[in-house]
Structures are given as structure tokens and as C-alpha cells.
Design a protein around this ligand. Structure first.
Ligand SMILES: C[S@@+](CC[C@H](N)C(=O)[O-])C[C@H]1O[C@@H](n2cnc3c(N)ncnc32)[C@H](O)[C@@H]1O
Length: 344
């Protein structure tokens, strides 16, 4: 892959430049909440014009603009405020930027209040952390307004991440040879949608929890590919996965499960897969801390540091499940990712 293709593939990561620290991220979230970003996206403004359109007084506005300037979101010249060019460019990934701001805001208290528990007493951390109030899979069965709203909130985050991460997976793996894909834990159908958009010959089945499937059906419903994407609701008992697929994918899914659960999913996938079919795992791998401080945008992923595995961990579990021809490649995104493939 050439340098320019790689730059295009990773272009979405520019949003992290504006979520580098808590102060800058919170100021930016405030600017979105107050409609300042929308206003400045239309045209540059004076302080008076911005104050008139927002609920800010002069001192509040000056403070916010100062913080936004320090975060390289805005510039000021000749009495006018405008979006800085790199930030204006990053707004093409606005869904991802807002998802990251939301995700970091939700989990920051866990990091600040319970980081020591995360290190020394993970059980206590897991029982009190806000992040698990959000990703409450047990609330994805019973249809109620509250459960739909909670599920939709975390699905906005997973969907935005998947939208951009999928492109990388599609560049690295040849999907054109498949006819029927099953995406286990396929969430809103975003990964299946990206695959179907690129490959008109593929039909996809998304297997996920009941409320997730309902929201997912709405997510892909208006897309031209909707007729090629079916949603199958997972049963709580862990029964057979839908058969008749020559590709089974697990995208950012297996890390949610301890080893025994992960191995069960691989065994179920083996049974569901057509003979000769392929299994694909596209996942975050082990966190590596280099010389630089981790950016604030990685806090949500840091909290899952015990859940990530190496490709070798997956390779041995795949082999035990009966898979052969196991290959993997590492891909550096916001964190190290791995793309592991295996054949039945
Ligand atoms: C971390 S999310 C990943 C979602 C998506 N694949 C992505 O990359 O963003 C894990 C997914 O697994 C789903 N899930 C949880 N338990 C499941 C089960 N028993 N069967 C199928 N899917 C399940 C969740 O609802 C969620 O959509």
C-alpha cells in the first residue's frame, strides 16, 4: 500500500488531535452543545455575533474561545473568529468526533475515581464502573423506552468507530470471493453495510441482541443495501449461529468475552460456517505504551486493557476449534489492531 493510500485510510484519526486532553475535549463538547461549531461552519463571526446566537455572556464566551483556540479549533483575526483549517477538515468525521467526546466524557469518572481499583481489584472496578452502566447488554432484551434509549446511545459510539475502522479492514482483506457473510455481534449492521456497499455480490446476516437488531434495522433501513442485510436476534441461551455462510466475522467483539466465552463463540462459528469457509477476526490487540503520554481519546480503550489479546492467543483458540490456515497481520490505528483469518 502506498503512502498516500495509507494516509487516506487513516485520515479519520485526525479527530484525536482535538481530543488530546480533558480540558480541550470538554471545551469542544461545549462548543458543539452551544451551536458554536455549526455557526462558525457557516461563516466567521465577531464576538458580538457569537454571543447573540449562544447563551454565553462576554466572559463565558472569551473563556470558551480561549480554550478552543488553545485546542486549535478556532483562530481569531481582525476581530473575527473562524474555524482553524485542520479542525474544519476534521469535521468531515463529525460523527466520530462527537462519539469520541461522548465516550470519553462517560468513562472519565471511572478513570479518575477508580483507576487504582482497575489495577488491583478488577472485580470491584467492573461492578461500579460507569462504562458498564452504558454497555449494559442485559438491557438489550426487554423492549422499553429506557432500554432502547440506553442501547441507542452506546450504539452511536460503536457505529461511528466501525464506520471508519471497516474501511481499513476492507482494504486489507479480499471480500470479493464471498457470497454470504455472518457478522456475529454485528451491532447496527454498520460493518455489514460497509462490506455490502463495496461488494454488490455479498448478502449479510447480522447476529446480535434483540434491541440491538431492532435499532440496527432502522440504521441500515434507508440504505440501498438494506435488502441484502438481515438481522437475526441472538438467544440468551447461546444456541446455534445461523448456518449457510462462507464468511463469519467478529469485529471488535471477542474481547468482550473471557477466554471460555470467546472459545465458545469460535466453536459455534466453526459449526455454522460452510466447509471451506473463512473466519475473520478484526480486533484491537494489546495496548502498547510508547514514549508519549496516552491521549485522552484513548481513555475508554485503556479501561479495557485486560480484555485485549495477542493474535497468538486467537490463533491457538482457532486451532483448538478446528480451524486451519491461520494468518494474521497487525495494523496500527488509534491502537494496534489485528486482522486474523482462518479456514474451516
Ligand atoms: C463491543 S460491541 C462490538 C460491536 C461491533 N461489532 C463493532 O465493531 O462495533 C459487542 C457486540 O456484541 C453484541 N453481543 C453481546 N452479547 C452477544 C451475544 N450473546 N450474541 C451476539 N451478540 C452479542 C453486543 O450487543 C455488541 O453489539
Amino acid at each position: 500500500m502506498g503512502a498516500s493510500e495509507r494516509r487516506r485510510e487513516l485520515g479519520y484519526l485526525c479527530v484525536d488531535d482535538f481530543v488530546r486532553d480533558a480540558v480541550g475535549a470538554r471545551a469542544l463538547a461545549g462548543a458543539f452543545e452551544l451551536g458554536l461549531v455549526d455557526r462558525l461552519q457557516q461563516q466567521s463571526c465577531t464576538h458580538a455575533e457569537l454571543a447573540e446566537r449562544s447563551r454565553l455572556d462576554g466572559r463565558g464566551l472569551r473563556l470558551l474561545l480561549g480554550l478552543l483556540h488553545a485546542n486549535r479549533v478556532v483562530e481569531q483575526a481582525e476581530g473575527r473568529v473562524r474555524l482553524a483549517a485542520p479542525f474544519a477538515a476534521a469535521l468531515q468525521y463529525r460523527d466520530l468526533l462527537e462519539a469520541k467526546l461522548d465516550f470519553t466524557a462517560i468513562v472519565a469518572p471511572d478513570f479518575l475515581e477508580s483507576f487504582t481499583a482497575l489495577l488491583v481489584d478488577p472485580e470491584r472496578f467492573f461492578s461500579t464502573a460507569k462504562v458498564f452502566e452504558l454497555f449494559a447488554y442485559q438491557r438489550c432484551f426487554e423492549p422499553s423506552a429506557d432500554n432502547y434509549a440506553n442501547t441507542a446511545r452506546w450504539m452511536r459510539i460503536t457505529t461511528a468507530l466501525t464506520k471508519y475502522e471497516s474501511a481499513v479492514c476492507l482494504e486489507r482483506h479480499d471480500f470479493s470471493r464471498y457470497a454470504r457473510m455472518l457478522d456475529v455481534g454485528g451491532n447496527s449492521g454498520e460493518f455489514a453495510l460497509r462490506v455490502c456497499k463495496r461488494h454488490p455480490g455479498i448478502r449479510a446476516t447480522v447476529y446480535d441482541l434483540p434491541l440491538v437488531c431492532d435499532i440496527g434495522a432502522g440504521h441500515v433501513g434507508a440504505e440501498p443495501e438494506a435488502g441484502r442485510i438481515a438481522f437475526v436476534k441472538a438467544d440468551a441461551a447461546g444456541g446455534a449461529l445461523p448456518p449457510g455462510h462462507d464468511l463469519v466475522t467478529f469485529k471488535s467483539m471477542l474481547h468482550d468475552w473471557p477466554d471460555a466465552g470467546m472459545r465458545q463463540f469460535l466453536a459455534r462459528a466453526y459449526r455454522a460456517l460452510d466447509p471451506g469457509g473463512t473466519l475473520l477476526i478484526f480486533e484491537r490487540s494489546l495496548i502498547e505504551i510508547g514514549e508519549a503520554q496516552l491521549p485522552y481519546s484513548l481513555i475508554p480503550l485503556l479501561l479495557f486493557f485486560r480484555s485485549y489479546r495477542s493474535p497468538e492467543d486467537y490463533a491457538s483458540s482457532l486451532e483448538d476449534a478446528g480451524f486451519r490456515g491461520i494468518r494474521f497481520e497487525m495494523i496500527d490505528l488509534d491502537m494496534p489492531f489485528m486482522l486474523v483469518s482462518a479456514r474451516k
